[in-house]
Design a protein around this ligand. Structure first.
Ligand SMILES: NC(=O)c1ccc[n+]([C@@H]2O[C@H](COP(=O)([O-])OP(=O)(O)OC[C@H]3O[C@@H](n4cnc5c(N)ncnc54)[C@H](O)[C@@H]3O)[C@@H](O)[C@H]2O)c1
Ligand SMILES: O=P(O)(O)OC[C@@H](O)[C@@H](O)[C@H](O)[C@H](O)CO
Length: 382
């Protein structure tokens, strides 16, 4: 199997790329960072530090890299059997034009083998959204061929992978937690289903996507936002703060009540899932900054993401949502000098005030009860 993976970052090197290489795929990474491209091409491999009670160092070898914006990436798309991405939701649109060019070349070259594309991003049906971007970039007369030959497969991906420890000079070093889960929608593949150890197939993907995004990522974001408010730099310190933990667990329980009703999850198993997540946030072997987990607050406060979507669910089923609202208020306070979305948030808050800003970002009705509650908490947090 030949595979091309876009995004040689934390999850790319530490999880998806590693699984593909372990499965024997001839793997190329596509990225835009010269440091990553040079290091991957000169060393052809790197070590993954899997940390936990028993730490292991797992080598990944026989990999190389190309610039994702260049002709090499286009040529590879015409050739490979699998394309995966872990570039971040906002970057999918940027890589779509080159992927479209590669698909056109594939058709021109007469390559009729099925190709499957899997976006491994924290999004609900991220590959389907990517497909839209690719189709927007395709010539009209290529769309039917792409529809017939290319599988766009949605997935849920879970492994906490912070950036390398401060002070590390190796751009390829990556440290991951022991836990990992990659679940893909088996109904969307073209051709035979791939056999990749660590990739689980399901015909009920939405349940898994929402379970992960609206439990782990909901709790994670609120840990980051309340943690920053309380002066904590890391997720571990934040979740060990009882006041933060109470709200984070409360918000995951509120979101869980929605998931239990929507997908029929077993309440006891779901409660255990929440406790396991809390213990993963506490992981003493990982250094994960609240600034990584809180990154891109506008995305995290948008209508379909980890804070607002669960809240809308509580409204649908008439369930409590006090802790989720607290998390939303804390998100509005998120500040980061390195994060353009954090700056945009501040500008919007200054320009239109918290009520209009929250309504604009989240799509919640400006005069509704939830916006009023969130703004009241936001103002009390000053
Ligand atoms: N890190 C985690 O714990 C984790 C876990 C599950 C899912 N995810 C998801 O995986 C995705 C990536 O997250 P990450 O933490 O690995 O981020 P990251 O910043 O470490 O990696 C992103 C990589 O994409 C590259 N990139 C940027 N623009 C590009 C382009 N135009 N073409 C090709 N590559 C480009 C960057 O250079 C970087 O190497 C996100 O959607 C994230 O939500 C992350
Ligand atoms: O990657 P984001 O910005 O969507 O979310 C930040 C973290 O919550 C996330 O990367 C988690 O570490 C990951 O989703 C764990 O599986």
């Amino acid at each position: 199997m030949k595979a091309l993976h876009f995004g040689a970052g934390n999850i790319g090197r530490g999880f998806i790329g590693k699984l593909l290489a372990d499965a024997g795929a001839e793997l190329t990474f596509a990225d835009v960072s010269p440091a990553l491209l040079d290091a991957l091409n000169s060393r052809k491999g790197y070590n993954v530090h899997v940390v936990g009670e028993q730490a292991t160092v797992e080598p990944v070898s026989n990999v190389n890299a190309v610039n994702s914006a260049g002709q090499d990436a286009i040529n590879l798309i015409a050739e490979v059997d699998l394309v995966t991405t872990a570039v971040g939701p906002t970057v999918l649109e940027k890589i779509a034009p080159n992927v479209a060019k590669g698909l056109v070349l594939r058709h021109q070259q007469g390559n009729e083998k099925p190709l499957n594309i899997i976006a491994c991003e924290n999004m609900v049906r991220g590959t389907s959204q990517f497909k839209q971007h690719v189709f927007n970039a395709l010539p009209e007369d290529e769309k039917a061929w792409v529809e017939a030959h290319i599988g766009f497969v949605d997935s849920a991906v879970d492994r906490i992978v912070p950036p390398a420890a401060a002070g590390s000079t190796d751009p390829l070093e990556v440290t991951v937690e022991t836990f990992s889960e990659w679940i893909v929608d088996k109904t969307q593949f073209k051709g035979p289903l791939p056999e990749i150890a660590g990739m689980e197939l399901t015909d009920n993907l939405m349940a898994f996507v929402e379970r992960k995004l609206f439990t782990l990522n909901t709790g994670h974001a609120i840990t980051a936002y309340l943690g920053q408010q309380a002066g904590h730099a890391t997720i571990r310190d934040a979740i060990l703060d009882e006041k933060v933990r109470l709200v984070v667990r409360g918000a995951m329980v509120e979101s869980g009540e929605v998931l239990i009703r929507r997908y029929g999850f077993d309440p006891e198993k779901h409660a255990a899932y929440i406790e396991k997540i809390l213990s993963r946030f506490e992981n003493p072997y990982l250094h994960d900054d609240v600034e990584r987990v809180g990154r891109q607050p506008l995305r995290k406060l948008s209508a379909g993401d980890r804070l607002i979507k669960p809240l809308l669910g509580t409204q649908e089923y008439r369930l409590p949502h006090e802790n989720l609202v607290r998390g939303i208020a804390a998100a509005m306070h998120y500040r980061s000098e390195q994060d353009p979305q954090a700056k945009e948030l501040v500008e919007l808050l200054e320009k239109v005030g918290p009520k209009a800003a929250l309504a604009q970002i989240s799509g919640l009705p400006e005069e509704g009860e939830v916006v009023a509650q969130a703004v009241k908490i936001y103002e009390s947090m000053h």
